[in-house]
Design a protein around this ligand. Sequence first.
Ligand code: NAD
Ligand code: MG
Length: 395
Amino acid sequence: MIGVTVLGSTGSIGVSTLDVLARHPDRFRAVALTANTDAERMAEQCRAHRPLFAVMVDPTAAARLRVLLADMPGRPEVLEGVEGLEQVAAMPEADSVMAAIVGAAGLRPTLAAARVGKRVLLANKESLVVAGALLMQAVADSGAELLPIDSEHNAIFQCLPANFADGLERVGVERILLTASGGPFREWPLERLADVTPEQACAHPTWEMGRKISVDSATMMNKGLEVIEACWLFGTDTSHIQVVVHPQSMIHSLVQYADGSVLAELGNPDMRTPIAHAMAWPERFASGVEPLDLFAVARLDFQAPDFERFPCLALAFQAAEQGGTAPAVLNAANEVAVAAFLDRRVDFQGIAAVVGGTLEAMPNEAVAGRDVDFLLDVDQRARACAERFVRQRVS
Ligand code: NAD
Ligand code: MG
């Protein structure tokens, strides 16, 4: 039996992970589930999946969960705080760890799992954006397996040869074609973008996801974060990555080889496919996803990205090229700006303004030899700086 810890089990990826896990009870068992505040949903998940441990980051939510589970025979031990996350990410009972917390909050537990050599199923792209060098080094040092869950990166992983870590050039790869849906505002008149509401931004045309990543998709910051994620996962740089807008989201990304071959992975837009791929790898098994019906899809469209409409994508390319702490600053400023937009404290276009202002205001520092505390300190300073830009934008 393969023991699985699901970090962020109450979120969109967490729920899809538990769905796949429950389809294969002969192979997997839930070791630990974690969430931030949603004790009710966690209690339901504990009754359905019977983990050994349940972590609530928020102590009040942990107390509530203990009450909710008081009558459950064989109930899990309830832990709390960020220490609880690191503990269940690294515990010996867990062979695989699904990293599905949203934002930089996922960094410490993801790193803890990588350091002890787990199979890390990485949905939390922000941890690679904030601390790519550190996380990749931890994986190399411990012999952990890092398998991408982000649908594009999972597709690229499937289209690359097994020895891609020898270097993309050596294995004949010319470039990675990273597909993007373009989000809900791909064709809106530019002047209407000022009035976009959180509800409109969260209504993604092809994927159902958490609120933060839905807004990131609407600004295309998500694709920018994914460019940085791809650079780390596949050992390349932005000059070898092209963003391709593909509104149907049926092709999840492509790899172009020196001989002119272009390999793609296709499927219905349902995260259970990459989750099942990474859980079963190198084998394959059922995910519950409907088979792709090409006659129903009928056509596939492609466009170049519009950097004027999506300034966040341009800012992410800029941060990727600058390196150092710029990606961590980009990510922190974006988390603050998206939260402010969801709280109706800044307008939609204010997101790019806050991120751009923060990137300009913060010094870019080298990251070689620096540890996770340094990066999380940069993250905190960038958040404080971004908050000032939010307040300026409002006043
Ligand atoms: P979500 O908002 O639906 O769920 C987030 C989970 O993280 C919840 O379980 C929540 O309790 C937990 N969480 C939130 N803040 C936390 C904190 N401070 N400390 C600890 N736990 C916290 O998000 P999601 O859509 O499932 O996305 C999760 C991650 O996966 C993100 O990094 C996202 O970019 C990535 N991802 C998601 C999708 C998708 O389809 N949803 C696709 C690709 C990548
Ligand atoms: Mg993606």
